[in-house]
Design a binder for this molecule. Structure first.
Ligand code: UD1
Ligand code: CA
Length: 459
């Protein structure tokens, strides 16, 4: 077995109250599956041996975290939180340090709090230390029954009598245990309770009966220990976490006139003096530089946006890299795979996909650029279309530096436009264009004098 502090995280339950085909701990909160947060908190608090108990849709849960160094433990039948820890007994064999038990459905708990719990547990030389909170509405949680500092028992809501239900100090579901004690105490648990489950919480009374010291650390902010059991609580947690993310960014120098409507995933990075207007969504592995303006209705997914870029209203940017000083939108759509080198302008109703734009190249209106490699200083006129798909295969369009494309042109790919050439408005380009030339592919105009008048007279 590895060295270092061990933590067991419970994530085997179905999450019945979620009414979902997705396991509860995989429901996303600010862009990460719920279970990500307890794992991260345990790691940041110094727990290096992570053992996660899974059962309901076990593969689906473990496959979501393949990059993490985790020992996965199977709990085939979910017979309760006490049974879940019993399943981890073999994986803990020989471990003698303090053992953290944390739940996968408590995403808001801070690493600092786990560290405080560990310190308090060691300081007090306790056998069991329970993390607790004062909840204004304790409904659904286990209640803490104390005798001074000693915790006598934890009573579940369903077993609690009228008087116990009045207790507002609740069990957060996070504990530090003396590993050897808890593993032996689990053997004494039974299912004689309202839910017919092995309650981990019964370990507290067992410790008291054995003359052991039990303690509780009460968190200051009860929202930190909120357990997610249904979708209303999921939404509440999302709101709290979103506020935390936005507040951190604002303290770091990012402006948001209305932060309650800005949706930023955990891990998104934003530089100072960038302003995010209402109804902005920034998702996944996104970074935004300094001095950017992100207007209302912008959605950015897995993209890197350099300094001084202006994303105008209603634009969508996916899996793309934007160099400094770009102006995008309003209503532009950058689909996956674009690289905009810098100082590019992509205007109204322009769509791009898998294309590279050299410095200062621009498409200001109503244009589709797909599977293209475009040099520097290229201007696409209004209504340019790269015809990249022949119904079977995708083909590439190459446009070299300093090309000027008139309005309403089509490039039937594969095709290469040589540098410094000019494409006349209304042309359909099917052949390569040599550098420095004019390409023109429209039929000459004919004017017929008096034609309209003659027609009108006849009718
Ligand atoms: C539990 C506590 C309660 C506490 C609350 C805090 C018990 C008996 N009760 O209640 O005192 O106030 O958490 O949120 O422990 N799990 C398994 N295997 C199982 C059962 C559950 O892995 O067989 C996992 C669940 O996936 C979940 C966690 O344990 O992540 C807690 O289970 P849950 O059923 O939500 O417990 P609560 O009723 O909330
Ligand atoms: Ca719960």
């Amino acid at each position: 077995m590895k060295n270092g502090l061990a933590a067991v995280i419970l994530a085997a339950g179905k999450g019945t109250r979620m009414k979902s085909a997705l396991p509860k701990v995989l429901h996303p909160i600010c862009g990460q599956p719920m279970l990500y947060y307890p794992l991260e908190a345990a790691k940041l608090a110094g727990f290096t041996q992570l053992k996660v108990v899974i059962g309901h849709q076990a593969e689906r849960v473990s496959e979501t975290f393949t990059d993490e160094d985790i020992t996965w433990i199977r709990q085939t039948d979910q017979l309760g939180t006490g049974h879940a820890l019993m399943c981890a007994a073999d994986a803990l064999c020989g471990y003698s340090g303090p053992l953290l038990l944390h739940c996968g459905d408590v995403p808001l708990l801070k690493p600092d709090t786990l560290q405080q719990l560990l310190n308090y547990h060691s300081q007090q030389k306790a056998t069991v230390t329970v993390l607790t909170a004062q909840m204004p509405n304790p409904q659904g949680y286990g209640r803490i029954i104390r005798d001074g500092e000693q915790i006598l028992q934890i009573v579940e809501e369903k077993e609690a009598d009228e008087q116990q239900r009045q207790v507002t100090e609740i069990n957060a579901g996070t504990y530090l245990f003396d590993a050897a004690f808890v593993l032996s105490a689990l053997k004494g648990l039974n299912k004689n309770n309202a839910q017919g489950e092995y309650y981990l919480t019964d370990v507290v009374a067992a410790a008291v009966a054995a003359g052991e010291k039990t303690r509780a650390l009460c968190v200051e902010d009860p929202t930190e220990v909120m357990g997610i059991n249904d979708r209303c609580q999921l939404a509440e947690a999302e709101v709290l976490m979103r506020w935390k993310i936005n507040a951190e960014l604002m303290f770091g120098g990012v402006s948001m006139p209305d932060p309650t409507t800005v949706y930023i995933d955990n891990g998104v990075q934003i530089g100072i003096d960038t302003i995010l207007h209402p109804n902005v969504h920034l998702h996944g592995k996104t970074t935004i530089g300094k001095n950017c303006i992100v207007e209302t209705g912008v959605v950015v997914v897995d993209s890197q946006i350099a300094d001084g870029t202006h994303l105008k209203a209603g634009s969508v940017v996916e899996e793309s890299q934007l160099g400094p000083g770009c102006i995008i939108g309003p209503m532009a759509h950058l689909r996956p795979g674009n690289v905009l080198t810098g100082n590019n302008k992509i205007g109204n109703f322009v769509e791009m996909k898998k294309s590279v734009l050299g410095k200062k190249s621009q498409a200001s209106h109503l244009t589709y650029i797909g599977d293209s490699e475009v040099g520097e200083n290229v201007n696409f006129g209004c209504g340019t279309i790269t015809c990249n798909y022949d119904g079977v295969n995708k083909h590439k369009t190459t446009v070299e530096d300093d090309v000027f494309v008139g309005s309403d042109c089509q490039f039937v790919a594969p095709v290469t436009i040589g540098r410094n050439s000019l494409i006349a408005a209304g042309s359909t380009i099917t052949k390569d264009v040599p550098p420095d030339s004019l390409a023109l592919s429209r039929t000459e105009q004919t004017n017929i004098d008096g034609w309209r008048l003659r027609k009108q007279k006849k009718s």
